[in-house]
Design a protein around this ligand. Structure first.
Ligand code: ZN
Length: 341
C-alpha cells in the first residue's frame, strides 16, 4: 500500500539534451543519439529505484517532448510544416507540426526504450503516452478539420502502441491529458470516449494524468487567474469514475485543488501529487506525509499512490531526484504510522 510513483518525465542528463528546457534539442545524432537515449533511460530507472520509488517510469528520456515524441513514427504528419499556435486555450504558444493526411502508426514508437527500461527495472514499470485530446491540442490540422475525428484517429494509433507496450511487460500505461483541465465541455462530449478508445482491450493497468501543467512561467501565471479554489476536477472526475480507466493522477501539493474532490473518484486508484514540480524547494518527508494524510481522509490506503504533481522534465536533475527520495521517505513515514511498513 501507498506505493510511490511519478507522473512520468524526468530531467535528461546534460550529455543527452540541453538541461532545464522544454523541447530541448538533442546533443547527439544518428546511432550515437539512439544509444544515448537508451543509456539515459536505464540510468533514470536506476536512479528512481535508488530514490525508493515503487513504480518507476522510463523518465521520457527518449522523447524531445511528451506529445511530439509520440508523433515521430506516424504517417500523416508533416514535421517540416511547422506553425506557431496557441495551445491549452491559448495559454502559451508552441511551434507544432501539421496533420496533412490520414493518421497511421508506421511501427513501434517507444518499443526500444520500453524494452530497455523493462530489462533493467526490478520493480513495476509505468509508461506514459499523450492522451488523444492533448495531442489534438498540440498540433495543427489541415486534414481532418474536426478535433473529435482527429482525436479518434490518434486514439487508434495510441491503442496499437499501448498494446505493444503491454506485450513488452509494462505494468501501467498512462495517458497524459492536461487538456482535460481546459476544455471541459469537449471532455464530456468526446474526450473521455477517445481516451477509452485508446485503452480498449488492454489488460494492464491504465491511468490518466490530469494536471495544471509543467512548472513553466505561462502555467504559473495561468494558475494565478484560477482563483482560490481550483474546481476543474469536479467536472471531469465523475465522468472518469464511470470510465474503464483504473487510475487517476492529479495535482495536489501547493495547488488550490480542494482535496475532497478525490471523493468523486470512488473505485479508482488515486495518484495524489505530493511533490510540487513548479518549485525547486525539495519537500521534507513530513511535508509529503501531510499531503498523504490529507488524501487518506477520502481514499483507502490500498487505493492511494503518492506521486508527483506533473512531469519533472524541465527541472534541475538533483532537485528532481531529491524530490523523489522525499516522496519515498514521506510514504514510508505514513506506512509506519499505519503499522504497515
Ligand atoms: Zn502534468
Amino acid at each position: 500500500m501507498l506505493q510511490t510513483t511519478l507522473a512520468g518525465s524526468l530531467p535528461k542528463p546534460s550529455w543527452l539534451a540541453e538541461p532545464e528546457r522544454l523541447w530541448a534539442p538533442w546533443k547527439l545524432s544518428g546511432g550515437d543519439l539512439e544509444q544515448a537515449k537508451l543509456d539515459a533511460t536505464i540510468l533514470a530507472v536506476k536512479m528512481q529505484e535508488d530514490a525508493g520509488i515503487d513504480i518507476v517510469s522510463d523518465g521520457e528520456q527518449a522523447r524531445v517532448h511528451f506529445v511530439h515524441g509520440f508523433l515521430a513514427n506516424l504517417d500523416g504528419i508533416d514535421f517540416g510544416k511547422r506553425t506557431v499556435i496557441g495551445i491549452r486555450a491559448d495559454r502559451y504558444k508552441a511551434e507544432v507540426p501539421t496533420v496533412v493526411g490520414p493518421i497511421r502508426r508506421k511501427g513501434s514508437v517507444h518499443g526500444a526504450e520500453a524494452r530497455a527500461a523493462r530489462a533493467h527495472a526490478g520493480r513495476k514499470l509505468k509508461f506514459t503516452l499523450p492522451g488523444p485530446m492533448t495531442i489534438v491540442d498540440t498540433i495543427a490540422d489541415e486534414h481532418y478539420r474536426s478535433r473529435r475525428d482527429l482525436a479518434f484517429a490518434f486514439a487508434t494509433a495510441l491503442n496499437e502502441e499501448a498494446r505493444e507496450l503491454e506485450g513488452i511487460g509494462v505494468d501501467v500505461v498512462q495517458f497524459d491529458e492536461p487538456a482535460f483541465n481546459v476544455y471541459m465541455r469537449e471532455v464530456a462530449e468526446w474526450g473521455i470516449a477517445a481516451l477509452e478508445a485508446a485503452r480498449q482491450g488492454l489488460r494492464c493497468k491504465t491511468a490518466v494524468h490530469i494536471c495544471y501543467g509543467y512548472g513553466i512561467r505561462a502555467n504559473v501565471d495561468w494558475k494565478e487567474t484560477l482563483g482560490s479554489e481550483w474546481r476543474q476536477y469536479e467536472e471531469t472526475f465523475p465522468l472518469i469514475a464511470k470510465s474503464s480507466i483504473d487510475q487517476v493522477s492529479l495535482e495536489c501539493r501547493n495547488s488550490h485543488v480542494p482535496i475532497e474532490l478525490i471523493r468523486l473518484l470512488d473505485g479508482k486508484d488515486v495518484l495524489v501529487g505530493a511533490i510540487d514540480v513548479a518549485s525547486d524547494a525539495v519537500e521534507t518527508p513530513e511535508e509529503v506525509a501531510e499531503t498523504i494524510r490529507a488524501a487518506l481522509r477520502f481514499v483507502a490506503p490500498e487505493k492511494l499512490y503518492p506521486c508527483t504533481n506533473c512531469g519533472m522534465a524541465p527541472m534541475k536533475r538533483e532537485v528532481a531526484y531529491g524530490k523523489l527520495a522525499a516522496l519515498a521517505a514521506g510514504a514510508h513515514l505514513v506506512r509506519t504510522e499505519l503499522g504497515r511498513s
